[in-house]
Design a protein around this ligand. Structure first.
Ligand SMILES: [Zn+2]
Length: 126
């Protein structure tokens, strides 16, 4: 019977670790989703700016209040995208091992607890 108990405990442990990991992934997923949405919004704004310039035959964007408005919106979104990328960068690289989620020294190449190789920063992949 002890074998079953052991299996039960192992499964409980696996479930617990799984849930912990899922939570982390959920957090990361949310950030990635927000980033994707912000980037999509930004793309739409740039498309609108292009459309305005084309339709209105605008030679100087300073003469178009509508384009000025869109440019302000685009700048705000650029800032948001930058902040989200920083957040993702921090969550991926900010001293937390993706293998065991223990706090480790920033910039470490391997986790001292579970030896998981640490991926390079998110920014480096852009
Ligand atoms: Zn680790």
């Amino acid at each position: 019977m002890s074998g079953w108990d052991e299996l039960g405990n192992t499964l409980n442990d696996a479930a617990r670790i799984g849930a912990k990991k899922a939570g982390k992934w959920f957090e990361a997923g949310k950030l990635h989703m927000n980033l994707a949405n912000a980037e999509l919004d930004l793309k739409e704004i740039y498309e609108k700016i292009g459309e305005e310039i084309y339709k209105g035959r605008v030679l100087d964007v300073r003469e178009s209040p509508k384009i000025q408005d869109l440019l302000v919106k685009a700048a705000r979104l650029e800032e948001k995208v930058g902040k989200l990328k920083d957040k993702i960068h921090q969550s991926e690289q900010g001293g937390i091992c993706p293998g065991c989620f223990k706090k480790i020294e920033e910039g470490a190449r391997f986790c001292p607890y579970c030896a998981t190789p640490q991926t390079r920063g998110y920014k480096d992949r852009f």
